[in-house]
Design a protein around this ligand. Sequence first.
Ligand code: CA
Length: 233
Amino acid sequence: MRSRMERQAMRILLVEDEIELARALKDQLARHDMVIDHVRTVSDAVAILRDRVHDVLLLDRRLPDGDGLDIIRHQRAQGFSTPVMMLSARGDLADRVEGLEQGADDYLGKPFATSELVARLRALARRPARIEEEIVRAGRLEFDFHHLEARIAGRPLVMPRRERLVLAALMRRFDCMVLRPSLMEQVFGLDDSVQSNALDSHVCRLRRKLTDAEAGLVLEGIRGVGYMLREAI
Ligand code: CA
């Protein structure tokens, strides 16, 4: 017997330019109580994401006007946290790693069985959103995503916007390594002219502030890979 949760229709945004495949997917997923909004291009996906909320994004990589990964970059830069499954014939390891590094939550290579796709889509939709709450606490720190403010024991931790963006990115994926490309984008947007070591300077100042304020957090890094925030033991 299916749970109440599963009976509620999941809304999925499918971005796929192969019309036959899209049609087949739409039919198959509809049988599993999934409602599909289908678009064919990156620009149409970006447009629909502005005014509709979806439970999962199901993205093809090779699209007429770009790479499906562009959609992830766009939605993350706008602060959306809808889970993303990449769907692509390019299912080799390097492509998977690239997809996951760019913010996809899961990856399924074509061809695939519908039953597997359905199971994985449900698993993704069940996952708590990465910014499910406005205020998240860790150690002695309280972070308000809505106002982008940090407080310790109720007192605001004053810092420039870039450092607050670093902190937001790390708090959003607490206890997880956040990779450099993702951090760069969340802190500097799509500005390519920024030097990569600017990020390290912000991280360094943020780390010092957290230590001085006795936040009870450790900001760790792996050179050239990324940073991670966790509770001090
Ligand atoms: Ca395609």
